[in-house]
Design a binder for this molecule. Structure first.
Ligand SMILES: [Zn+2]
Length: 81
């Protein structure tokens, strides 16, 4: 099933007949795949961010450039447990 992030262009499922404004967070007939993760600076290993991700969209470990207040600059932050 095709998903759209911006509202109601998602094909209406005849079983439900609803229009979902945020289909990304809904999982009908399946587990919600949002999981909590911690993002740690790859330079100093400090855990600077706690967030969630959609495991369906990001089955791999996430790597994001974010500001590290310990390194005082933007560094690559990697997902950790
Ligand atoms: Zn750092």
């Amino acid at each position: 099933m095709a998903e759209s992030l911006d509202g109601c262009r998602v094909k209406v499922d005849s079983d439900f007949g609803l229009c979902y404004s945020r289909i990304g967070n809904l999982r009908l007939g399946g587990a919600v795949m949002r999981v909590g993760i911690t993002l740690a600076c790859s330079q100093c290993k400090q855990r600077n961010y706690v967030t969630t991700k959609d495991k369906r969209k990001h089955p791999e470990k996430m790597e994001i450039r974010k500001y590290c207040r310990f390194c005082n600059t933007h560094t690559l932050h990697k997902e950790t447990k």
